[in-house]
Design a protein around this ligand. Sequence first.
Ligand code: ZN
Length: 360
Amino acid sequence: MIRTARSRLNIALLTAGIALSQTITVAGGDWEVIKVGGHDYLTVENVSSFYGLPAGVVARGEKMRFETVKNPLEFVSGSREAMINGARSWLCFPLIEQDGKYLVSRTDVAKTIEPLVRPHRVSNVGSVQTIVLDPGHGGYDKGQVSRYGNEKDFALDVARKLRPLLQAKGLRVIMTREGDYFVPLEVRAKIANAARNSIFVSIHFNATNDDPNATGFEIFSFTPRGAPSTSDTALTSSSFNTQPGSGVDAQSMALSACIYHSLIGHIPEYDRGIKRARFAVLRLTKVPAVLIEGGFLTERGECKMIANEDWRGKLAAAISVGIENYRALGVKKQPPMLVADYRKQSCSPLRSFRESAAAL
Ligand SMILES: [Zn+2]
């Protein structure tokens, strides 16, 4: 078990470069905590040996893809980008190099690596009876408008396809909207908070003005206390210190991992990664919550695919397998299926979770 550093960070001190180290013993292994500017770091070597997972560090700017990455833990020097068990995963803080050692922040070991590598060890993980499906936007809020249709309609259709798949697994499903009308974000969160043993799954499609070629899947859960969101590039100390965290941070991360591995394991879309954000629906929900971005409506080819009803059915099926894997964490206390496990299965259409598990 790793004790979580809950102290507030002073990012200004990070650059001061004052280093001292101390060895502490926690259950399961020795952690050598290295202080850099008042912030705790651990060596990549230490993390690797603790989890018994080979780790590598690639040079800054090197492209990492599932096919090229060799180690279960792969970091990028000077970057927040990492590949954890074959899925791109974004750290809160960049990997730093000091005295010939690569250092990863203690916050990331506790808040990112631990729930991604051992989601089955997260407390209260998987105890779920109700899935609150949240199709993004609705009514006057069309979301992204594309030549093939609107985000609000695609999101609702995926939720409608997903509902019977989850019900068939014995789960109760509540939708935050059943039709084409707008529901305020705080009401969506309230619906999830009022349901017993619920998880919240928000469905969206992506858009960007910056890069017309941008494609791929990404998934978000709420940014931990004292950490920046993945999209924060201008790091100021105030953005780190003033934002509260979530009591179900680790469960949300485990849910992200389960759904995301199924998504990229079943559908060959670009892997943009497991990310953090302080979106209103993630901030206001008190239950494990994720927001899925199921591809870009601003990229012509991907947009056309999203507009295809069969493809949306496939997306819904992949999400349902991910949710079932999340529930299984609580029952079996075993690691969930990973992208490599899904890809090892034949490229036949999605098999049921039971068949998938039996094939392992
Ligand atoms: Zn949206």
